[in-house]
Design a protein around this ligand. Structure first.
Ligand SMILES: *[C@@H]1O[C@H](CO)[C@@H](O)[C@H](O)[C@H]1NC(C)=O
Ligand SMILES: *[C@@H]1O[C@H](CO)[C@@H](O)[C@H](O)[C@H]1NC(C)=O
Ligand SMILES: *[C@@H]1O[C@H](CO)[C@@H](O)[C@H](O)[C@H]1NC(C)=O
Ligand SMILES: *[C@@H]1O[C@H](CO)[C@@H](O)[C@H](O)[C@H]1NC(C)=O
Ligand SMILES: *[C@@H]1O[C@H](CO)[C@@H](O)[C@H](O)[C@H]1NC(C)=O
Ligand SMILES: *[C@@H]1O[C@H](CO)[C@@H](O)[C@H](O)[C@H]1NC(C)=O
Length: 749
């Protein structure tokens, strides 16, 4: 043996022989043609080399390599297959049957557009034109050319990149899908035609290793299912379309969330997953169903941030959980990945719940498990047995209980173990497996796209968007805002149901419906007024003789719109007092009363309230403190300083039906301006908006157009109609269920 072998050679030789010494990998031959790479841990063992390419391209033949303890990369670079950036292709659209594709092309790259035409006698469903997107998917929906013949189910089509076995669409027929070479199937490979004409599951898709779901794709698909989960179908005849969503109050929703914090996930994805989960929890809190959470971070161990048992024992504190969730320190806890332990933990919690609730009680529990991981587990094995036990526990041998359990998996990273992760998904309905390179943008997408269009007429929901940014954001923040425009005047109002706007009586006094338009942004802008009703007790001249020339008591009116508005994220009613909707928003369980609501909303001597003013880009929020209890008298006293008023008792002008704001206190209030009248005085409570009053009148005009965000002086006061005092009027119209419009459910007392 030549004893003069140099040190480096000696180590390399030992490495070659597989002797356990730590060997660094080298960057030799690691370059990529047309792209770059980065290393997660330099050239040490376990470091991942991640290739990146310009948009519209992907690294070929491999996306990543990992440095092995012996100093070699896996997979190893191939001598005759240069690592290079290739243009991204979309899956083969020629899966289409009974139609043509233009332009005819062999391969379809990012930006390429295709149009589809069915043969004569065949009818087109889906998108007739699609574009190949940078994430490797086609825009729009799979086109389907089918003949309208008598079969139980309609032709389910063939997604691009797939082939289908099965051409019968009768009762109980099965179709099976497989993906072309180099692709894998996401979703259910088999669908069965049901008696009712619907296929089981959803259309599957074929993904390349470089195909990703965008945050928008994910939020829409996932959000829809989450909303369906918290809802129950009213009409079971039409299980997919035309489903009307109502929130059932008598069952429990258990949500189990696990975020992988192991090294291979990458810091950024962990942070983004935590933000996205936070947003999800906040969203759920607003739906009016209370959910119970088990929330964990995991690597080789499971770190529990929220224990679901605490929710059942009433010991939970969502605010604290969110705080803990955001601040939980992960450093030093990121080694190894034990997916099995996560599911075992969930199984344990679940079986404890079952024990406590009993069989019958547990039947009312729905379970949603959500996992964020790259799937690179290295200890504990695949958690399939634990998942099988969880299924047994929930299904209870009843095939109709499938909808009580969903497992959603978010595969995250540059190198996702798709095969393993997909096998963990459980659930009927839509997509349960999502695939993302990173999670940037997911939080925002969750905030914007989960819920609101789907949750029927729930009052007071809004999105936490920055209202000063642009008009669209402002509308999502105040989706109930209405501008009532009586001839020659400007007022505000609030949408209180799809058919009614609440505003001030003074805005409409001595006008006719044709003199008034209402602006609400639901696509068609200016709304015609069918009818309006002013409070029957409103009479500005009623106290003339008592020294109050303009008397504004009962300054409320309801405007019935010519046509109902379309409910959406930017058009949605506000909650009003003494309705069941408000009790739900306030999370009052069981039979609740008006008084309970009032105590929650107007319980302090100084109650912080808001109202709106027209202000670019749409409206601005003003803050004022209602002076209640012993603070009220000194607040309304100032009305006597108005030169027009000669009455000696302030209560002649300011009856008990008014809330009083303004003046200087600890806080400086905003003051109302011309044009704010008729608008909602509201409060935000647990992410829902509840209207408490209507802006009516004030003692001083301190506003100088166009500046409307003006603060009160020591002397100025505003008076707002207290809606808790107007309930009989509201109920007589909005609660009238003999009419053809959607009525609101008012509390009995
Ligand atoms: C990688 O190597 C560079 C230069 O040797 C060093 O500055 C850096 O801290 C290393 N990074 C990691 C993650 O080890
Ligand atoms: C398809 O996309 C490729 C790559 O962007 C482009 O070179 C080609 O011209 C496109 N073909 C058509 C028909 O647009
Ligand atoms: C459809 O198939 C199911 C299952 O085989 C069967 O029970 C049902 O009677 C069939 N319905 C019709 C209308 O044939
Ligand atoms: C990731 O976070 C850990 C702990 O939070 C830290 O030690 C490490 O330096 C971070 N790595 C990168 C690449 O930021
Ligand atoms: C996250 O992935 C998207 C594409 O999926 C990419 O455009 C974006 O730059 C990535 N962000 C980060 C921080 O890597
Ligand atoms: C009325 O208000 C004015 C200032 O706005 C003040 O100077 C005056 O003292 C007030 N009068 C009473 C009776 O409060």
């Amino acid at each position: 043996l030549n004893m003069r072998i140099s040190g480096d050679w000696f180590v390399a030789l030992l490495c070659l022989l597989g002797v356990e010494v730590l060997c660094d990998c080298t960057v030799q031959n690691m370059q990529i043609n047309g792209g770059t790479y980065k290393l997660t841990k330099n050239l040490t063992k376990g470091s991942m080399l991640v290739y990146s390419c310009p948009e519209g391209h992907y690294p070929y033949p491999t996306l990543t390599r990992v440095c092995q303890p012996n100093g070699f990369w896996r997979p190893a670079p191939k001598r005759f297959l240069e690592q290079t950036c290739k243009p991204i292709e979309c899956p083969d659209p020629y899966a289409l049957e009974n139609g043509n594709i233009f332009p005819p092309q062999e391969r379809f790259y990012v930006g390429n557009q295709t149009t589809y035409k069915c043969f004569t006698g065949f009818m087109m469903r889906g998108s007739s034109s699609r574009i190949c997107l940078p994430n490797g998917k086609w825009s729009g929906l799979t086109p389907i050319c089918s003949r309208d013949f008598e079969s139980v189910c309609s032709d389910p089509g063939i997604p691009p990149g797939a082939s289908r076995i099965g051409n019968w669409f009768g009762n109980n027929s099965r179709v099976k899908y497989t993906c072309n070479e180099n692709m894998f199937l996401v979703g259910s490979s088999e669908r069965v035609c049901q008696e009712n004409g619907w296929w089981t599951a959803q259309e599957p898709a074929c993904y390349f290793k470089y195909t990703y779901d965008t945050p928008l794709d994910v939020a829409q698909a996932f959000g829809k299912q989450i909303v369906n989960t918290i809802s129950v179908t009213e009409s079971l005849d039409e299980p997919q379309d035309g489903r009307k969503i109502i929130i059932s109050r008598n069952w429990a929703l258990n949500i189990y969330i696990a975020v992988d914090i192991s090294e291979s996930m990458g810091n950024e994805s962990i942070v983004n997953a935590r933000h996205a989960v936070k947003t999800l929890i906040k969203k759920m809190a607003r739906f009016g169903v209370s959910s119970n959470y088990e929330i964990v971070l995991f690597s080789s161990q499971v770190y529990e941030v929220a224990n679901i048992q605490d929710f059942y024992d009433g010991r939970e504190d969502l605010r604290k959980i969110i705080h803990d969730w955001e601040t939980f320190e992960t450093s030093g806890k990121t080694f190894n990945t034990n997916l099995n332990l996560v599911f075992q933990t969930f199984e344990e919690r679940m079986s404890f719940l079952k024990q406590q609730a009993g069989i019958e009680g547990f039947k009312k529990h729905r379970h949603v498990l959500i996992l964020f991981s790259d799937g690179a587990f290295n200890v504990g094995g695949l958690p399939l047995p634990a998942i099988a036990r969880i299924k047994d526990m929930v299904y209870m041998s009843d095939e109709f209980r499938e909808e009580y359990l969903d497992i959603f998996v978010f595969g995250v990273g540059d190198d996702i173990f798709d095969d393993d992760l997909q096998r963990l998904t459980v659930g009927t309905g839509g997509q349960h497996y999502f695939r993302m390179k990173n999670l940037s943008g997911l939080e925002e997408a969750f905030d914007r796209f989960i819920d609101e269009n789907e949750v029927g007429e729930l009052c007071g929901l809004y999105q936490e968007s920055d209202a000063t940014q642009d008009k669209a954001s402002s509308l999502r923040r105040y989706p109930w805002v209405a501008f009532t425009l009586p001839k020659g005047m400007r007022c505000l109002g609030s949408l209180v149901s799809p058919d009614f706007v609440l505003t001030g009586a003074a805005c409409l006094f001595s006008l006719e419906p044709k003199d008034v338009v209402v602006e609400i942004d639901d696509g068609s802008h200016k709304k015609k007024v069918r009818k309006f009703t002013i409070h029957p007790n409103f009479n500005p001249r009623a106290k003339e003789r008592e020294g109050v020339p303009q008397f504004y008591d009962y300054d409320v009116a309801l405007i019935r719109l010519e046509e109902s508005v379309q409910i959406s994220a930017s058009t949605r009613p506000i909650c009003i007092p003494c309705t069941q909707g408000t009790s739900d928003a306030l999370k009052l369980v069981g039979k609740s009363t008006c008084k309970q609501q009032e105590e929650l909303l107007l319980n302090k001597h100084l109650e912080r309230l808001s109202f709106l003013t027209k202000h670019p880009p749409l409206v601005a929020e003003k803050i004022a403190f209602a002076k209640l209890g012993e603070c009220r008298d000194s607040c309304i006293q100032k009305v006597l300083n108005m030169s027009q008023i000669t009455a000696k008792d302030p209560k002649v002008a300011v009856t008990d039906n008014f809330l009083c704001t303004g003046g200087w206190n600890k806080h400086r209030d905003h003051i109302t301006c011309a044009g704010d009248g008729g608008g909602a005085v509201f409060k935000t409570y647990q992410h829902r908006t509840i209207q408490i009053g209507v802006v009516s009148w004030g003692t001083h005009n301190l506003c100088h157009y166009p500046h409307s965000l003006v603060e009160s002086s020591a002397e100025s006061r505003d008076f707002h109609i207290n809606l808790f005092k107007m309930v009989p009027f509201l109920k007589s119209i909005l609660g009238d269920d003999t009419q053809e419009y959607l009525s609101l459910q008012f509390l009995e007392e």
